[in-house]
Design a protein around this ligand. Structure first.
Ligand SMILES: [Zn+2]
Length: 180
C-alpha cells in the first residue's frame, strides 16, 4: 500500500480538482488552481529524564503506533509553540512532572504510519531535570512509567526508529561521561 501523502491525497485541498493533482518534489500541486501543498516534517519533542541512580525514565505507549512498546515522553509541537514549551507541556500532561533546565541533546528524523497516511517528523530530544518525582503518574497517552538503568536499556525495546536512535546515542553519552 502506498501511504506517502502524494499517493493518498487525491484531490486538491483548495478547489477539489482530482484529475489535475500531481507531485513535484516534496509538494503536491494543482494544475487547475495553482495550489501547492508541501509535505513537511512536523517537529516533535522528547524528554531524556535520568534519576540519581542513572536510570532513564521510559514510558509505555497506550496507543498506536507502537502500542505497548517503550518510548520517551513527549509529543508534537503545537502551532506557535517553542520546542521547550511543547516538552514542558507534554511531560506535565503525560507524567504530571515539572521539568526544568532543558538542554538540547539531538534530533532524529522519523516517519510513521497513522490512519493509512505516512507522517514525517523531526524529533528533538532534550535532557531535562525534574524538581522531584512526587505526584508522578501515567496519564494521557502513556500507559506505564519505568525507570531502567542506562546500562540495561536495549534500544530495540523502544518503538519508533528515531526514539530508539536518540536513546542509543544518549546511552553512549551517559556511559562515557559518567564512566559507568
Ligand atoms: Zn486546485
Amino acid at each position: 500500500m502506498k501511504t506517502h501523502p502524494k499517493h493518498v491525497l487525491k484531490h486538491c485541498n483548495k478547489c477539489g480538482s482530482s484529475d489535475t493533482f500531481y507531485t513535484d518534489g516534496d509538494a503536491v500541486k494543482c494544475r487547475a488552481c495553482g495550489f501547492q501543498l508541501y509535505i513537511n516534517a512536523a517537529p516533535a519533542v522528547a524528554g531524556l529524564i535520568i534519576n540519581d541512580n542513572d536510570e532513564l525514565l521510559l514510558t509505555v505507549r497506550k496507543y498506536e503506533p507502537f502500542q505497548g512498546m517503550l518510548d520517551l515522553p513527549g509529543g508534537f509541537v503545537d502551532h506557535l509553540e517553542t520546542a521547550e514549551e511543547a516538552l514542558t507541556r507534554e511531560i506535565k500532561e503525560e507524567l504530571n512532572l515539572n521539568v526544568k533546565n532543558l538542554k538540547y541533546f539531538c534530533s532524529t528524523p522519523n516517519r510513521y504510519l497513522y490512519g493509512g497516511l505516512t507522517y514525517f517528523t523531526l524529533d528533538f530530544s532534550f535532557q531535562c531535570e525534574v524538581e522531584n518525582f512526587e505526584g508522578m503518574h501515567a496519564c494521557d497517552d502513556v500507559k506505564k512509567i519505568y525507570f531502567i538503568h542506562i546500562k540495561d536499556i536495549d534500544p530495540k525495546m523502544i518503538g519508533g526508529q528515531s526514539m530508539s536512535k536518540a536513546v542509543k546515542k544518549f546511552q553512549q553519552y551517559w556511559l562515557q561521561s559518567k564512566q559507568l
